[in-house]
Design a protein around this ligand. Structure first.
Ligand SMILES: Cc1cc2nc3c(=O)[nH]c(=O)nc-3n(C[C@H](O)[C@H](O)[C@H](O)COP(=O)(O)OP(=O)(O)OC[C@H]3O[C@@H](n4cnc5c(N)ncnc54)[C@H](O)[C@@H]3O)c2cc1C
Length: 552
């Protein structure tokens, strides 16, 4: 029998969406929970993220009369995800669809506030059961100072770091198009005014993942749920075949924690573990240079679970996101959603609907790279495009000089010169544009269907007609930048059942051991169903793990 330094009912390894949701669920049932976080900051990739949760038929949709149903959500899963095995079994889908709204109500009951991301379409809106108005929600602005000294320990959101604004992720498409429609300008002005007003009142206005984690942390602290930072789980102790506790390295000392009712692995994926990337991912994506996930995404808990006999699946799956490099920094590539840009491979050929979801674009890029060099691919646009849009934080029409000086952006008077600078076949690129331009003028893309469907249109230029994702590329000078398959985390891992119980290859559960989020093979399988598919997956199965462990 092991000796214990600390006793609790439930340990959540990781302080992201799944970790905190599970601890709140356990606490609501009258049991003790402990949240472990190996970093000095709380919140993981969830706090850094857009903070959007994709929850079909959620209470905000119901309250606002936005049509959805369990049947439609299940049809959507079936049509888009298809059969990918037990990670997205019928039971797991059913649990996600049926209990997701319950989790949102539960969090609302604890005082969390959310808003609906109106019009943030499902990523496959034309599939059976797809919804053009979207099923995504995000946290409402929350004053970080309410966390007291814990505010300093909260992982900052990427959106705030980039913009300095208390911006909603659901408004991001309007913010980047602030000069393209009165509505987009109004949303941008409101965002700016909200930020200024909050700062003037001495508040720290948190939005996106910062708000979601900030709000959950606030409740957890008020309920006196211990959250240990600088506390890495090193081992899970199994006694009599059950997960009995966790060995923690806390501030450099070993602490043995007894978990009477269960242990949840909610430690994220392995996007910063080069060895695991090499073992499981496409050889063209083994560097984490283009990964935006939090530095704690190192996969050791997945490996530990494997050593304890857990089954894994979908280990090659990643939430891909196209990236470029500017002055040695990886940044998200977003030119692709605007009319007048295309992605091409080294042969000068397009290979994807550039306005489709980030996951689909990178998957097509990696697939293409197996036959024609497409890592990097190149985003190509012309001078009309340059005049219309803002780049980075700059004014519309201004591409910073430094980007050309560093070689990250290329500029040439002719297509042939541009192709030569990028190592693209000039004849291939010319042929692509000869075919693309007349169609783009008419607003059609017979090959890839760019601009068709609500998701494409949501991200396009609101002012551009006839197709807000398509415009010809014909007026020099011409521009290009390299595009890499970046990511916001891996999403294959431990196999868990509909109650988030960790499964062995035999299908039998390991008693008292749970897993959720990017540490697991996602219920979304090999697809990303809509904005918030990751945090939805992590939080819902974290919540269900907490409830299952709290059953008497
Ligand atoms: C910029 C950006 C924007 C994004 N936007 C969205 C979005 O809007 N919606 C969406 O659904 N997804 C989004 N994502 C993806 C999403 O954030 C992640 O997929 C999701 O948050 C993963 O949740 P998780 O609970 O599995 O892990 P995390 O939130 O990463 O939490 C895991 C935590 O566990 C800790 N940990 C790891 N190992 C240990 C250990 N041994 N002991 C103790 N602690 C440990 C880590 O340090 C980390 O803090 C975005 C990601 C990024 C980077």
């Amino acid at each position: 029998m092991a000796e214990w330094d600390f006793t609790t009912d439930f340990v959540s390894i990781g302080s992201g969406g799944g970790g905190l949701a599970s601890a709140l669920a356990v606490n609501s049932r009258g049991y003790e929970a402990l949240v472990l976080e190996k970093r000095e900051l709380v919140g993981g990739s969830t706090a850094m993220s857009g903070g959007v949760l994709w929850i079909p038929n959620n209470p905000l949709m119901v309250a606002e009369g936005v049509e959805d149903s369990r049947e439609d959500a299940m049809a959507y899963f079936e049509d888009v995800v298809g059969d990918v095995g037990p990670a997205s079994s019928y039971e797991r889908r059913e649990a996600y669809i049926n209990r997701g709204p319950e989790m949102v109500s539960f969090l609302q009951g604890l005082g969390l506030t959310f808003r609906r991301c109106e019009g943030y379409s499902d990523y496959y809106p034309d599939a059976k059961g797809g919804k053009a108005r979207g099923r995504s929600i995000e946290g409402v602005v929350f004053d970080g100072h309410r966390l007291g000294p814990w505010f300093e320990k909260l992982q900052q959101s990427f959106l705030f770091e980039m913009s300095g604004l208390a911006a909603y992720t659901g408004d991001a498409a309007k913010l980047v198009n602030f000069n393209r429609s009165p509505k987009a300008l109004a949303v941008s002005a409101r965002t700016w005014a909200r930020t200024k007003a909050a700062f003037a009142r001495g508040q720290a206005p948190l939005t996106s993942g910062w708000s979601f984690i900030g709000q959950m942390l606030y409740v957890a602290l008020n309920k006196e749920i211990p959250v240990w930072t600088n506390s890495a789980a090193r081992d899970i102790i199994i006694e009599d075949g059950k997960a009995a506790g966790v060995v923690v390295q806390r501030d450099g000392k070993e602490v043995r924690v007894l978990a009477r009712r269960g242990v949840l692995i909610s430690s994220g994926g392995f996007s910063h573990n080069t060895e695991m990337r090499k073992r499981y991912l496409d050889p063209a994506a083994t560097t984490d240079k283009f990964s935006f996930s939090n530095p704690g995404d190192t996969g050791e808990m997945i490996e530990l679970a494997m050593s304890l006999g857990a089954a894994t699946d979908l280990m090659d799956e990643v939430v891909w996101n196209p990236c470029k490099e500017i002055n040695d920094f990886a940044v998200f590539e977003s030119d692709r959603q605007r009319p007048g840009s295309i992605y091409v491979d080294a042969a000068g050929q397009r290979f994807v609907n550039e306005a489709s979801s980030y996951l689909e674009v990178c998957k097509a890029q990696l697939e293409r790279n197996h036959t024609v060099k497409a890592v990097p691919a190149w985003v190509i646009f012309d001078d009309d495009f340059r005049r219309r849009y803002a780049f980075g934080k700059g004014r519309p029409g201004v591409i910073p000089k430094a980007w050309f000086e560093s070689g990250d952006y290329k500029k040439a008077d002719t297509i042939d010169e541009l192709a030569a600078m990028c190592g693209i076949d000039p004849a291939g690129l010319r042929a692509t544009l000869d075919q693309f331009n007349p169609n783009a003028k008419r607003g059609v893309d017979p090959e890839f269907h760019t601009g068709e469907g609500a998701y494409n249109q949501y991200l396009g230029d609101p002012k551009w007609k006839p197709n807000n994702c398509l415009a010809p590329i014909e007026k020099g000078p011409f521009y290009a930048s390299a595009v890499y398959p970046g990511d916001v985390g891996t999403c294959g891992g431990i196999l868990a059942d509909e109650n988030a119980r960790v499964l062995k290859p035999s299908g039998e559960a390991i008693p008292h051991l749970y897993a959720t989020g990017n540490a697991t093979a996602s219920v979304m399988g090999r697809k990303y169903l809509g904005a918030g598919a990751s945090i939805g997956n992590s939080s819902v199965f974290g919540y269900l793990a907490g409830l299952d462990a709290s059953k008497s």
